[in-house]
Design a protein around this ligand. Structure first.
Ligand code: NAD
Length: 496
């Protein structure tokens, strides 16, 4: 009997009988670790109902009370971060050091939310007219849905949940069905930190659960992270039902290397950003754009580093790259390698052999050179350990290539020329830009978001834009005329 993973509704594990379940794998061995309950309409109604019942109390809770819970949660998470990292590795496959990094970035967002009262302060204009003041109040949206992808099962939920509850909302979190346990661990820790039942609920499942949240009239906001087609669908469906939606989508991130760059630094960056987490990161570098004459030397140095990369079970401390999340995903990524070869790209390192005869969802790091913009390995988000090198004759050509992409999540430039870097940050049409930094994920007190097909909606995730997303402002115009000037005796000594 494998473990059963169920919903967390109203402060406790759901005890009902599910109509459907899904398998959760250990990607390193390929074995089924657990079965996860999939929500239907009944479970959606129960979770949203619990969140709606908890809303009046939580909305009325003082900022001090909300802050106390968040601080307690922060302490618990810091104390138990290794446990959460291990849960992530067991179900996702990424190496433990990477999972620990994910939890650390998640903690940043919790810490930011601890200070949310500062950002919830409104404005006040005294005496806009005699006796009239105007001020603004930031209030919660109500019940909000958070729908997260498989690749950051701890961090992405914590991009949203702490800010949402700090602002007085109640939440239904629908994590990826591929690695659902991190979300449950987080919910249990919040309960231990004193979060009242119903303020955070975890609903497991697939499209049915997502559609249930999109259709439910009590859900007022949706924060979604996932692939572009689903992000677009969630945005269009949610907004057409009158909900506020931010939907972060997929990516195809380019790293431009100018000929004056430190090529060792650039090669190190390309390997860690291309193959870290087996390329299953929305900020992974997928295309290195080598500006002539950097190409030959850069490709040689990247290939040299790939040869030294240790691929293995994420739980082994020496492993640097783990398996892919499922067999189906591994097959999809492998088919892109076949397509790249068929399209005429130069296969410098072939990771396909690593998959042969091994249990688990393995694929080795793969490097293509001289990749053309019409090839599917260039146009599509592969989301695996496949790095492409495209060559251009000039900076202008490189910029044109980056800006022609329908995605605009992250990008980076490697150069020793400050003027070139400054020009790039000004001209590139991408939401997050690194200068000699391959994965420019903003710290928790900025906000995270791409442009173009990488984000639907107008609010980026977490940071100040997260607070903006999870609140509605109300502006009060108030008249309290000073009666002493109207000659009314209020009984004060001076008024006699
Ligand atoms: P996904 O789009 O398959 O799934 C995301 C969520 O949507 C999951 O909770 C899933 O259950 C749900 N879902 C799946 N199919 C659905 C459907 N047809 N209708 C409604 N809901 C559905 O994404 P994934 O494979 O879990 O994650 C990888 C993707 O997420 C990549 O494209 C990656 O770039 C993207 N991502 C983006 C960011 C970002 O910040 N922009 C961050 C992380 C991941």
């Amino acid at each position: 009997m494998t473990e059963r993973i169920s919903h967390w509704i109203d402060g406790k594990s759901w005890a009902g009988a599910p109509e459907r379940t899904g398998e959760v794998f250990d990607p390193a061995t390929g074995e089924v670790r657990a079965h996860v309950d999939f929500a239907g309409d009944r479970e959606v109604a129960e979770a949203v109902g619990a969140a709606a019942r908890a809303l009046p109390g939580w909305r009325a809770a003082s900022l001090a009370t909300r802050g106390k819970v968040l601080f307690a949660f922060r302490e618990l998470l810091a104390a138990r971060k290794d446990e959460l990292a291990r849960i992530v590795t067991d179900e996702h496959g990424k190496v433990l050091s990477d999972a620990a990094g994910e939890v650390q970035r998640a903690l940043e967002n919790v810490e930011f939310a601890c200070g949310a009262p500062q950002l919830l302060k409104g404005g006040f204009s005294e005496n806009v007219s005699r006796g009239v003041d105007v001020y603004s109040i930031a209030q919660p949206l109500g019940v909000v849905g958070v729908i997260s992808p498989f690749n950051f099962p701890a961090m992405v939920p914590l991009w949203f949940v702490p800010n949402a509850i700090a602002c007085g909302n109640t939440v239904v979190l629908k994590p990826s069905e591929k690695d659902p346990s991190a979300a449950l661990f987080i919910a249990e820790l919040f309960a231990e930190a004193g979060l009242p039942p119903g303020v955070l609920n975890v609903l497991h499942g697939d499209k049915v659960a997502v559609d249930g949240l999109l259709e439910h009239p009590a859900v007022k906001g949706i924060s979604f992270v996932g692939s572009t087609p689903i992000a677009r669908y969630v945005y269009e469906t949610g907004t057409s039902r009158g909900k506020r939606v931010q939907a972060l989508g997929g990516a195809k991130n380019h790293m431009v290397v100018l000929p004056d760059a430190d090529l060792d630094l650039a090669a190190d960056a390309a390997v860690s950003a291309g193959f870290g987490s087996a390329g299953e990161r929305c900020m992974a570098v997928s295309v290195v754009v080598a500006v002539d004459p950097a190409g030959d030397e850069l490709v040689a140095r990247i290939a040299e580093r790939i040869a030294a990369l240790r691929v293995g079970d994420g739980r082994e401390p020496e492993s640097e790259m783990g398996p892919l999340v499922t067999a189906a995903h591994r097959e999809r990524v492998r088919s892109y390698i076949d397509a790249g070869v068929a399209a005429g790209a130069e296969l410098v390192v072939d990771g396909r052999a690593a998959a042969e005869g091994r249990a688990g969802f393995w694929l080795g790091p793969t490097l293509f050179d001289r990749v053309g913009p019409d090839m599917s390995i260039y146009t599509d988000e592969i989301f695996g350990p496949v790095l492409s090198v495209a060559r251009t004759a000039s900076y202008d050509e490189a910029l044109e290539l980056v800006n022609a992409s329908p995605y605009g999540n992250g990008t980076a430039i490697f150069t020793t020329d400050g003027g070139a870097a400054r020009r790039f940050q000004h001209e590139v049409e991408v939401g997050m830009v690194g200068v000699n930094v391959p994965i420019p994920v903003p710290v928790g007190y900025y906000s995270f978001g791409g442009w173009k097909d990488s984000l639907f909606g107008d609010s980026h995730a977490y940071g100040p834009e997260g607070i903006h997303f999870f609140t509605r402002t109300k502006v009060v115009t108030s008249r309290w005329p000073d009666q002493s000037h109207a000659g009314v005796n209020l009984g004060f000594p001076g008024n006699a």
